[in-house]
Design a protein around this ligand. Sequence first.
Ligand SMILES: NC(=O)c1ccc[n+]([C@@H]2O[C@H](COP(=O)([O-])OP(=O)(O)OC[C@H]3O[C@@H](n4cnc5c(N)ncnc54)[C@H](O)[C@@H]3O)[C@@H](O)[C@H]2O)c1
Length: 257
Amino acid sequence: MEIKDSVVVVTGGASGIGRAMARRFAADGASTVVVADLDADGAAAVADEIGGRAEALDVTDETAQIALIERTEADCGPIELWCGNAGVASNGGLELDNAAWDFNWQVNVMANVITGRHMVPRWIERESGHFLITASAAGLLTNLGTAPYAVTKHGAVALAEWIAITHGESGVRVSCLCPQGVRTPMTEADGEMAIEVVKAMGMIEPEEVADCVAAGLAADDFLILPHPEVSRYEQRRTGDRERWLAGMRKLQATLPG
Ligand SMILES: NC(=O)c1ccc[n+]([C@@H]2O[C@H](COP(=O)([O-])OP(=O)(O)OC[C@H]3O[C@@H](n4cnc5c(N)ncnc54)[C@H](O)[C@@H]3O)[C@@H](O)[C@H]2O)c1
């Protein structure tokens, strides 16, 4: 897709990867960049900087998403690209209570279901539209130490694939962004053991992710992998599941705690 002259929405746009994407889309000539985030002040700061529109949005609130879509399309024109990028991570495993699991499920998966429910029919009618879902390498592999994150990011990848298969012939394009470690508040705040593995594998900057997104969107790629080695890891996982599980157990055993 062409970013130039397009109306773009970026959720989680106040920080990290979302902020870098919003900046990049503005630099690439998007006609409007809507910076939507739970953090209203952060969204306003990014929107001010890039000449975009700030929206205070909880992506899990369906009524608020509908209102944002209607307001944006009335004022700025059809939304050509929606980046479902807002995400959360809870550290822990099976001991986490249902509320923690539901929190990850609502933000990392259901928010994108809601977007699809209201944007995909519009894109089908126009025979044009692009949905970028920020999943994670955790959604193709796993994430040590953060069970709800690994599980819900697998859900986000599955959702992206499902929409691409079901609606791809109707002009709806889907991209699934699956980075490994990126230096953002999410990884800085994360003191759990898994982040040590991610750090050891190499952290990249949000701007490098935004560069990959720009290239991936221009090429209409489904899978956008800022860490290309993730493709090799995924092939190893699917090629010999027993060996991959044994390797991950070994890796986990090397970690402190
Ligand atoms: N940082 C990494 O290493 C990494 C790796 C792979 C995938 N990701 C994914 O990238 C995306 C962006 O994460 P980031 O690293 O930039 O983190 P970040 O914490 O810097 O940004 C996340 C943003 O999402 C917003 N947000 C959270 N819940 C929201 C909600 N309910 N409604 C609206 N906005 C909400 C936050 O306010 C924040 O501004 C997430 O989906 C994350 O899972 C991050």
